[in-house]
Structures are given as C-alpha cells and as structure tokens.
Design a protein. Structure first.
Lengths: 118, 111
C-alpha cells in the first residue's frame, strides 16, 4: 500500500518550453504532497508543500511563478516548470503522507522525474 | 536548509560486513527517519525513530538516536550487494511537518 506514482519518469525539453510533472497517490488520499529537487550526487531540497484545494507553500528561494504547483484533488498534485532553462535540469521527486498522518509518519515517494532542458 | 549531516559521505565494504552510517542534526526534532535511494530512483522509507526512543530494529537494520548529542546511527548487518544505495537521514523539526534531508551516505557493497 501507499504507492505514489510520478509521471513522466524522464523528459527532455527545449529551452523556453514548459513541462508538467504529475504525482498521484494510487491507493490513499494525500491532502499534502511535497515536491523535492535533487541535483546529481546531492541531497533532496524541499521546493514546496502542495496543499489540496489551496495554494502551495514555497520554500525560500523557490520561484513560485516558475514552478507552478496545483493540487486539485486528494490524489493528484502537478508541478509545472515554466519557461524551462538548462539550469532547471534536475531530478524532481514528489512525496506524500497518508491523509491524517503528518510529521510523525513516513513519507511515500514517487520514483522521480529526470528533467533535461536543452 | 540542510538539517542532517551524514558521515561518511561514501562507504565501500565487502558483502557480509556490517555498515555503519552516522547522522548529526542541529535543532530539536520530533523524529528522525532513514531512507534509502537506489540510483536514479525515489526514496524508500527504512525506519522512523521518535525523539523519546533510543534504539529501533527492523530486520538487518538497527537505528540509534542520541538526542543529547543530536546524532543518530544506522547499522546494516551482514550486508549484501543489493544494499548498495545512498542512505539519507531526515528530520522533522518541532512544530513542522516538513522533512529535511541530510546529504546522504553512498554505500557500495562489493560481492
């Protein structure tokens, strides 16, 4: 149980285009999802907290107009990288708690999306 | 911001040996969690230890927590080649639900 599906697993796009990444909780409801970014051989950096039915909360230094987050239902959050540039190339990973379980429970992660901007 | 700092950054051992990874953190925590990441994949939760616990076991994994020293260790006993991965500690700070990850230890288990 507690499976998080992330799609696509990899994407290559041209500079200036936008890319949408989907994160779905397949067998549980997630009122909150977390989006992380990971550079090669580095740790995960929290980008934003996605809240169902309300605006996302962005971490300091993350441009909310560049990384658009929508959490329209209890099982789907999307991250759109707008006007992508080569420096946006990275590994993006989403995660979620089971609904009702917050900081004292494990996070369930998707398998990540490798974004390459050419 | 980074909270946990793992040590060592990289560890290479032979199959059958034990692997110990350490994690230090800076602020008060609700719990500390260990995750595993295979190359190019998402993270898999291993163990969660609460701030009032000192030790926890799960199969070949043993985690300790010393809140006075703000440190934790992950021991993998009788390692296998399949244990090759990066291991991260992560903490939830008091009053927050955000999980903040350390830099990770890259473990290589040679067959």
């Amino acid at each position: 149980g507690a499976v998080v599906s992330q799609h696509p697993s990899w994407v290559i796009c041209k500079s200036g285009t936008s890319v949408k990444i989907e994160c779905r909780s397949l067998d549980f409801q997630a009122t909150t999802m977390f989006w992380y970014r990971q550079f090669p051989k580095q740790s995960l950096m929290l980008m934003a907290t996605s809240n169902e039915g309300s605006k996302a909360t962005y971490e300091q230094g993350v441009e909310k107009d560049k990384f658009l987050i929508n959490h329209a239902s209890l099982t789907l959050s999307t991250l759109t990288v707008t006007s992508a540039h080569p420096e946006d190339s990275s590994f993006y990973i989403c995660s979620a708690h089971l609904a009702g379980q917050r900081g004292n429970s494990p996070l369930h992660f998707g398998n990540g999306t490798r974004l390459t901007v050419t | 911001s980074q909270q946990g700092e793992e040590d060592p950054q990289a560890l290479s051992i032979q199959e059958g040996e034990n692997a110990t990874m350490n994690c230090s953190y800076k602020t008060s925590i609700n719990n500390l969690q260990w995750y595993r990441q295979n190359s190019g994949r998402g993270l898999v939760h291993l163990i969660l230890i609460r701030s009032n616990e000192r030790e926890k076991h799960s199969g070949r994994l043993r985690v300790t927590l010393d809140t006075s020293k703000k440190s934790s260790s992950l021991l993998i006993t009788a390692s296998r080649a399949a244990d090759t991965a990066s291991y991260f500690c992560a903490t939830v700070q008091g009053g927050s639900e955000k999980l903040v990850f350390g830099k990770g230890t890259k473990l290589t288990v040679n067959p």
